[in-house]
Ligand binder design. Structure first.
Ligand code: SF4
Length: 505
């Protein structure tokens, strides 16, 4: 995720509170900004980056009134390694001309994203809403927003009413308010922006979630995000092999000394679960993805590694998604339903079923109501003597045997080791082989997750369960988001819009 802030410190608007409205650039200064931007674009083009990236221009003032930014964004959008490019803007640029320039540079409109800010001193609600509509008709993805000044509450409500429902209108907290918002103000802004509460959180800094981020500035400075300190290396250095990203930015990993990620450009760009669930693979653009369903693994995903509970911020975001997004929240876990309930008690009421026991038990419907269920049993009782024989062979490497039954039929068997002595890969493979031989058939699936070896019917898998639940819901799996962190999740992640939280991703 790359943010770029050039040399500009100026704007065509004259808002009374803004320092950039007072400053005008000379022709020479503008030329310098243009040169620097093109130097940056060339550097990015030359550095053949693996993977999927996005780039957002975050100027001091307004950049998109200058045609060179459209040329550069068009060029960057052609790169296969960039899935999204865009900018923050006051939305005052001439839309048709700008898009023409973008397309002439080879721009791909499906990659273009705009973050359009409403400036009540400079533009009317009607004119701003009309421009948003035109951009949407042109197929441009965008969000709109404004600063949450309490005196503008009524105006922002009328803006919300004038915009198409599908266009997200965000409200930023007003930094200069010098007092906390009242409950009535918070509620008022929440009615406009269901995610306004995220602006009011403290968001403790966590640079681990910022690996791979780059904030590049027109003077060559590099950092992780727009509020973190810069590193001493510069992106425009001419030493051989110098790149914008690669090694030099990995140096930045340890340099964030901030206590808080105090604005959206900071916290909204972190690679955390709910940023991606709510705002997609490029959350920095603040465009909600509004999936029809979300399937969430529990251990290592909803409950972070090393923790025993769902973080408070995740809980709040899930509540907002369930309330506002018209989204089905579903589990996708190897845990049996009763165990999932114990771990996720606080958010249990927000969910309406899921894939349990590694796909051996499916459920759709609120847990307080009678739902739709499917269980994949297998003749697990036949395996138990073989497992007990194994126990003797593995003396000194003990495990607990847990057998899960539904109406008397076995649907999952777990061989559980102490957390500090998990199954080793080789040993697990050997045991799986023995059990399958003992079973003498194709009907079981054995997989290992850390300290648990799981045995289920061969018909049971998370991806198969997700497919079945989507069928019940009448939606395509691609309309759903799935998040997970383990091998067992991979097929489900490729079936849906996947969020891979494994350390290797
Ligand atoms: S301040 Fe910026 S770099 Fe530091 S943790 Fe927050 S988002 Fe990451």
């Amino acid at each position: 995720m790359v943010l770029y802030r050039g040399l500009l410190k100026s704007c065509n608007y004259r808002c009374s509170y803004c320092p950039f409205s007072k400053h005008r650039h000379s022709g020479e200064e503008l030329l310098k900004d243009r040169e620097k931007w093109f130097q940056f674009v060339e550097k990015v083009e030359q550095e053949a980056l693996p993977g999927d990236h996005c780039l957002m221009v975050v100027p001091y003032g307004e950049a998109l009134i200058h045609p060179w930014y459209w040329d550069g964004l068009g060029r960057l959008s052609r790169l296969p390694s960039f899935g999204a490019v865009g900018a923050q803007t006051n939305f005052s640029f001439p839309l048709e001309e700008a898009l023409e320039r973008f397309f002439r540079a080879g721009g791909k409109s499906f990659k273009l994203r705009l973050w359009a800010t409403f400036h009540p001193e400079m533009v009317t609600v009607e004119a701003f809403a009309e421009k948003c509509r035109k951009a949407m008709e042109a197929g441009i993805l965008l969000c709109a927003g404004a600063v949450g000044a309490p005196e503008n509450m009524a105006l922002l409500k009328s803006l919300r009413a004038s915009l198409p429902d599908e266009l997200y209108l965000w409200v930023n907290k007003l930094d200069g308010l010098k007092r906390p918002y009242t409950q009535a103000e918070i509620q008022g802004f929440m009615d406009i922006d269901p995610f306004f509460y995220r602006e009011l959180r403290l968001n403790p800094a966590n640079p681990k979630l910022c690996a791979g981020r780059v904030f590049a500035q027109g003077d060559g400075k590099l950092g992780l995000c727009s509020i973190s300190p810069s590193i001493k290396e510069k992106w425009d250095g001419d030493e051989p092999g110098a790149g914008i990203f690669s090694e030099r930015i990995s140096l930045a990993g340890g340099i964030c000394s901030r206590k808080r990620c105090s604005c959206y450009l900071a916290y909204g760009g972190r690679k955390d679960l709910m940023n991606q669930v709510l705002f997609g693979p490029y959350p920095i653009f603040r465009i909600p993805r509004r999936p029809k369903a979300v399937f969430l693994d529990i251990d290592g995903t909803l409950i972070p590694k090393g923790s025993r509970q769902i973080p408070q911020d995740v809980e709040e975001d899930l509540a907002a998604l369930a309330k506002n997004g018209g989204t089905y929240l579903l589990f996708a876990t190897s845990l049996p339903l009763a165990e999932a309930k114990k771990r996720c008690g606080k958010v249990w009421h927000l969910f309406c079923g899921g894939v349990f026991a590694g796909g051996a038990h499916l459920r759709l419907g609120r847990f307080s109501e009678k739902g739709r269920e499917m269980v994949h049993p297998f003749e697990g009782n036949r395996l138990i003597p073989a497992i007990n024989a194994l126990r003797e062979k593995l003396e000194g490497r003990p495990f607990r045997l847990l057998v899960y039954r539904e109406k008397g039929a076995v649907y999952k068997i777990s061989l559980v080791r102490p957390a500090q002595r998990p199954w080793e890969e080789k040993e697990a493979g050997k045991i799986a082989g023995i059990l399958k031989r003992e079973w003498d058939g194709e009907g079981i699936r054995v997989f290992t997750e850390g300290s648990c070896m799981q045995i289920v019917s061969a018909a049971a898998a998370k991806a198969k369960g997700v497919r079945q639940i989507c069928r019940w819901l009448g939606i395509a799996p691609r309309e759903a988001v799935a998040a997970g962190d383990g091998m067992e999740d991979q097929e489900m992640l490729s079936l849906c819009q996947g969020i891979n939280l494994s350390e290797k991703s």
